[in-house]
Design a protein around this ligand. Structure first.
Ligand code: SF4
Length: 363
């Protein structure tokens, strides 16, 4: 099926090559765009997009303000902004946001555009053509085995595990709503693969106030989300690093990096992190402060590093003492967030109730 979307529809899926081609030549060069009023408005629109992306609760609506062309341009500018922020978590947030947004439009588009409805109502033509545009070989209800395995690798939902799937003659059976989910995952993967862009330092400099705004907003989000630091909710890998530190072992660079960036992201300040390192018998305050400030972005480079995901932790041999919760997460930060939330929601056991105050001996 030939996919000939309207401009509005292109703005729903701004990552498509067709969408990017659609705005080619409609805007001046990036340098020039940043100098005029229209450009300023575009940057603000892009900024709002990133801010939406880092906000935990997102709501999408069918109506977008501005023209489809502005919407597509804002998408591209948002990617430049997060590339200048250069924080893996912020980049992940934006790619997830874009994938969720596309999913929203994909699921609803066939309600708005009857031409996408398949006769038997079994599947959406749009989903199929979009999958094609994104390079997924997905037919009505099947997907080639190898493509499937590659695509679902990052997904943790048990439904997608091969043991729970029907595999026949090299194809995995897919349900309608799962096709949408797989397209969403494909969008996320493709958008993530291209980021961060190599943006010239001079350009990042021009939008530095916006970049600083996003960094600040994200840090505030993190503090709000993680709340007070609770060591009891740390994942096993971080406990192992702290234990090694306390026992006087010399942590590898990867170990120090992982621990410091983890502690920084959950909201521990530089002196708190240094105090953690002070548990080591051969604590060197000067060296520690230098390393901590470098990793947390205060050491002059301005780059804030975020904690490595579980896959990276495994590669560096730092994923230790996994527990059942580890099977459900792909990032030590998700582990921490989940464990903290679960602890908060768990009803207090009788023995955890505050003890009655014993009567004073004098009464
Ligand atoms: S699975 Fe992830 S959270 Fe669990 S120990 Fe390994 S790296 Fe840490």
């Amino acid at each position: 099926m030939e996919y000939s979307p309207s401009a509005k529809e292109l703005s729903h899926f701004p990552f498509l090559k067709k969408s990017q081609d659609h705005i080619k030549g409609r805007f001046a060069t990036l340098d020039a765009v940043l100098k005029d009023k229209r450009g300023e408005a575009l940057v603000e629109r892009a900024l709002a997009r990133v801010q939406d992306a880092i906000t935990p609760k997102k709501t999408f609506t069918p109506d977008v303000s501005g023209t489809p062309e502005e919407e597509i341009a804002a998408y591209a500018l948002a990617r430049i902004i997060v590339s200048c922020v250069n924080d893996r978590q912020v980049i992940d947030r934006l790619t997830r946001y874009e994938a969720e947004r596309a999913y929203y439009f994909l699921v609803h588009e066939e309600d708005w555009n009857q031409s996408y409805k398949q006769g038997d109502g079994e599947y959406s033509r749009l989903c199929i053509v979009l999958a094609e545009e994104l390079g997924i070989r997905i037919t009505q209800d099947k997907m080639p085995f190898l493509d499937y395995v590659e695509m679902v690798a990052p997904l943790h939902d048990d439904r997608f595990h091969l043991v729970n799937r029907r595999v026949e003659r090299g194809f995995v059976t897919i349900k309608k709503e799962e096709r949408y989910e797989l397209v969403r995952e494909r969008v996320r993967m493709l958008l993530r693969r291209d980021l961060p862009h190599k943006v010239p330092a001079s350009l990042c400099e021009k939008i530095s106030p916006k970049v600083a705004q996003i960094k600040k907003a994200y840090q505030e989000q993190m503090l709000e989300q993680f709340g007070a630091v609770e060591e009891s909710a740390f994942p096993p890998c971080m406990h192992a690093l702290i234990k090694a530190l306390t026992e006087g072992a010399n942590l590898t660079h990867a170990g120090r990096f992982s621990l410091t960036s983890f502690l920084h992201t959950i909201g521990m300040d530089v002196s708190g992190i240094a105090a953690m390192y002070a548990r080591s018998p051969d604590f060197d305050p000067e060296k520690t402060m230098y390393q901590v400030e470098h990793i947390t972005g205060r050491g002059g480079s301005g780059t804030e590093y975020t904690a490595p995901a579980c896959a990276a932790m495994r590669t560096t041999g730092l994923c230790l003492h996994k527990d059942p919760l580890c099977e459900k997460v792909s990032h030590p930060l998700s582990y921490y967030r989940t464990k903290k939330r679960d602890a908060k929601n768990r009803p207090k056991k009788a023995e955890e109730k505050p003890a009655d105050i014993p009567p004073s001996p004098s009464t």
